[in-house]
Design a protein around this ligand. Sequence first.
Ligand code: CU
Length: 126
Amino acid sequence: MIKKIIVTLLLCSAAVVMLVACGGSSGGGGPTVHMGNTNFTQPSITISKGSSLTLVDDVAVTHIISNGSWVNGTAKPAKEPGAPTVSNLQFTTAGQSQTIGPFSTAGTFHLYCSVHVNMNLTVIVQ
Ligand SMILES: [Cu+2]
């Protein structure tokens, strides 16, 4: 009986340790933006100068990310001075992640998905 209780306690504490180890460690814990079926799940993100940005595809939908933005339904490729080059960064599978950066210049930068109209992300670096 006591042995059974001890085993149960050990299993519980092992589960707690594993949960803690996994918590908040998506892509090394840096700033992360997720992508849904046709959008970034947030329109903008603010990151600190020198950090990198991880993009995660939550679904099995292809996204192709580059410098630029959609303006009135038209794709406008454009790379702001100081922006890291992002050229046709392709995502195809659910859970796939890739990291952009580092963003070593303060400013406002734009990324877009050439597959999905109006799929824009603004990256504010401070
Ligand atoms: Cu897309």
